[in-house]
Design a binder for this molecule. Structure first.
Ligand code: SAM
Ligand code: SF4
Ligand code: SF4
Length: 374
């Protein structure tokens, strides 16, 4: 990374106060934002810490020994997270994703999962509870997470080659241990496991076919491999467009090795375009935030580690829900504040970037991904 890393301005302390409207906004699952998009998916960052230093997310040069992560009292407690999550669910959220940072570094995370697993949608359905992890602690924790009520898991894995993988995580962590974590997740019943590979041209693009081949051979239909375009999230990764390998190119390379057929979307608002191997070898996905924005049906909200509501991955400010939670606000007040923020939402950064109306890296500094959750 070296020269391209941009120093970090601490945006974590900035927040828009969450406003409580004069008229309560009923939480009956019918919210829509200014572009008519419903609220269905909540991503919760449970820690801003991570044991990896992936250069595209937490470059070592910035997130070094002197970097000050949030102190424990600043983090939402499990009780606070569960209370807010319940209000989101009343507004229509049906899917919760725990993320970070590395979520499995948060002590006792299974206790939070157990609390979230008791929530029900207004129609009485259990929630789809999932987690995104770098897989380092999965071999140890998969069974207990499953027992607590976790349904599925997404594991990030950027290369099969050990040397490439160690370089990308930048803490010299071996690939074999992540693969063992995926084995453990499958054995615990957290299937199908999704595996996310962020593709950076010139760094790991030669790993596309080897990783796909290994996933097919080792995990078969139990794992769906998804290729993510390298995104200009945050303000520290020194993102450059020439390091993005468009999904179309990733797909062409994969198709040359294993012919692919397109699948219809499984659900509205889905981030990945789904394809399957023509030989029945399973499914793959392509997440093309840079070359094919999917803001049009983006139904995702993010809750940061310290309780700020972010309405877009590329947002520069969040709405401070923790101040309400700790200031004695009622459930109705907090639900109304969430409702108002969503009703006023008009974010569509990737579309604007794609149309040239937003310059990557321009304007206000964006918040870091490990803090608001991937
Ligand atoms: N530590 C966990 C992990 O890596 O799975 C969860 C948090 S991480 C921020 C969530 C996801 O964001 C990971 O799949 C990671 O690869 C992805 N990610 C992080 N920075 C990215 C970037 N600049 N472009 C594309 N994806 C990125
Ligand atoms: Fe950590 Fe995940 Fe970011 Fe990598 S992508 S530095 S594992 S939070
Ligand atoms: Fe959603 Fe923002 Fe991503 Fe568009 S850029 S898909 S609005 S998170």
């Amino acid at each position: 990374m070296g020269e391209s890393v941009i120093p970090l301005a601490d945006l974590r302390t900035r927040a828009t106060p969450a406003r409580i409207p004069a008229q309560p906004i009923p939480a009956i699952g019918l919210l829509a934002d200014r572009l008519g998009r419903p609220l269905r998916d909540l991503r919760i960052s449970v820690t801003d810490r991570c044991n990896f230093r992936c250069s595209y997310c937490m470059p070592k040069e910035v997130f070094d020994r002197d970097y000050r992560f949030l102190p424990q009292p600043e983090l939402l407690s499990f009780e606070e997270i569960a209370r807010v999550a319940q209000l989101f669910v009343a507004h229509g959220v049906a899917k919760l994703r725990l993320t970070g940072g590395e979520p499995l570094l948060r002590k006792g995370l299974e206790a939070l999962i157990a609390q979230l697993a008791t929530l029900r949608t207004p129609a009485g359905e259990p929630l789809d509870i999932t987690l995104t992890t770098n897989g380092t602690l999965l071999a140890r924790k998969a069974a207990v997470l499953r027992e607590a009520g976790l349904k599925r898991v997404t594991v990030s894995l950027d290369a099969l080659d050990d040397a490439v993988f160690r370089r990308m995580n930048d803490v010299d962590f071996p690939v074999a241990d992540v693969l063992a974590g995926i084995d453990a997740a499958l054995a615990a019943g957290l299937a199908p496991v999704k595996v996310n590979m962020v593709v950076k041209r010139g760094t790991n693009d030669h790993e596309i076919v080897p990783l796909a081949r290994h996933v097919r051979e080792r995990f078969g239909l139990g794992v769906v491999l998804r290729f993510i375009e390298y995104m200009d999230v945050g303000a520290t990764n020194g993102w450059r467009l020439d390091e993005v390998l468009p999904s179309a190119e990733v797909r062409a390379r994969l198709h040359a090795a294993f012919p692919l057929e397109k699948l219809p979307p499984a659900a509205p608002g889905e981030t990945a375009e789904r394809w399957r191997y023509a030989d029945g070898g399973g499914e793959v996905g392509f997440i093309s935030s840079v070359t094919q924005a999917f803001c049009g049906d983006c139904n995702r909200a993010r809750l940061s580690t310290e309780g700020k509501l972010f309405l877009c991955l590329f947002a520069t400010q969040g709405h401070d829900l923790r101040a309400l939670l700790r200031g004695g606000a009622s459930d109705q007040d907090i639900a109304s504040a969430i409702g108002l923020a969503w009703q006023e939402r008009e974010d569509r950064y990737s579309e604007l970037r794609g149309s040239g109306a937003a310059e990557p890296g321009s304007g206000e500094r964006r918040i870091e991904m490990h803090y608001i959750g991937g």
